[in-house]
Design a protein around this ligand. Sequence first.
Ligand code: XUL
Ligand code: MN
Length: 345
Amino acid sequence: MAKSQYRFCVGPWNFSEGGDPYGPTTRSAQTFDWKLAALKKLGFDAMMFHDDDAVPDIDSKSAAQVLKEAKELKKRLDGEGIAAEMVAPRLWFAPQTVDGGYTSNSKKDRQYAIDRSKQTIDIARVLGTDLIVLWLAREGTYVRESKSGARSTELLVQALDAMLAHDKKARLCIEPKPNEPMDHAYIPSIGHALAIASLTLDPKRVGALIESAHAILAGFDPADEIDFAMSFGKLWSLHLNDQNGLKFDQDKPFGSANLRVAFNQIRALERNGYGKKGEYVCFDVHPFRTTREEHFLKHLDNSKKTFLRLVEKARTYPVKQADALIADRNYQDLDQLVIEHLLGK
Ligand code: XUL
Ligand code: MN
């Protein structure tokens, strides 16, 4: 398998239990310690956290208690040699976030979202990471006329500015997604994420996270999203997974739906040197609902395996042959060259 510069990461939510809107869970919930041990066993290096993954029942606890529990978590992670990659405020669960967090039509609820985001930065500091991920889950609408796009852009910038001012070292990493749970989201692509960064008080500290499935849901090739973000030096994290077309967010194992699209993501990471500045490769994948308990970790192990196999494929790609075909505008045979290479011929 390819020797690579890559380090791997996963979140506690990626050990999910199989529940969906149409049926209950199919596997029993595992403890945090079980997940931590599993992650080590699989050769992962870091864990990503929502604020309430790091400190459960966060809204019922005082600020001092939250920081105390974050410190305890940091000790546990240090004991296992696992880093915290990022912390993300979960702004889509609490009653205050029904109409969105930063773009809610309620001033009081917008304040809740900003306060919770500042607290997320405090937790991240304790856990030893400067990376704050913002998946803007409900920053959009079900009924387009219920909010103004211009006003929402202004509110998003205000929220980003409040976070940037709260901690001069924090880096904000926007994870775009075009829909789900919303009909339409306000920051649906990497272009939107990088553009809104330029309106903030410190654009250098606002970057992006690309998730393969989210890019596919927007109708984009995730490899192009990677190349674009990395041309700006702004790809600070990555959620690799797969998605079979325009459906619900499937979070399939990496490469599961379209190996060639996965291969091109790896090529984009390789040509731009992803990981060389310490960025992690995270798999935002879930087990299929049918997965038995004894196969609980397969989706993680398999995603990593596929990733490393594709790194090898990217590094052994017949570049000279490809370049000759490109010079001859023989894209017909270039297409076949890629297919043969992936098939192992
Ligand atoms: C949702 C999603 C989230 C973020 C973290 O689609 O991908 O799990 O990655 O909040
Ligand atoms: Mn994600």
